[in-house]
Design a protein around this ligand. Sequence first.
Ligand SMILES: [Zn+2]
Length: 149
Amino acid sequence: MSTSYSMWSVILAPYNLPPWKCFKDPFMIMSLLIPGSQAPGKDIDVYLRPLIDELKELWSDGVETFDSSTGKCFKMHAAVLRTINDFPAYGNLSGWSTKGYMACPTCNKDASSQKIRSKICYMGHHRYLDPSHSWRRSKKFDENIKKNC
Ligand SMILES: [Zn+2]
């Protein structure tokens, strides 16, 4: 917590490889390494711009690529399937507010949040359980069951 240095990385994993190879070191691509005294915050857009431009080109036009297994060239296209990041980074990347009473992206406008001491807590997520699940009506999680079910 007291470090004066921050390092953010953006790593790409090609998903057309077999699952046991996708997230292994030799097959992952480190496209960005952002050093600094603090997290880039919303300025991460500036760092991501060249990557986004290349991904857009790969999506729309594709790039002529050599396939060594067949010995032929083909037009390779790419798309972003998903991102893995912490919740503050999710806010910076998506534009979603990750602070306040409406911060839960799953609940959106139906967020059940309340202030407990100095923190805002997000309650009532047991409403997403199967209706027959024993925790669905348990008062151990939230005494405000009627509001959340
Ligand atoms: Zn929620």
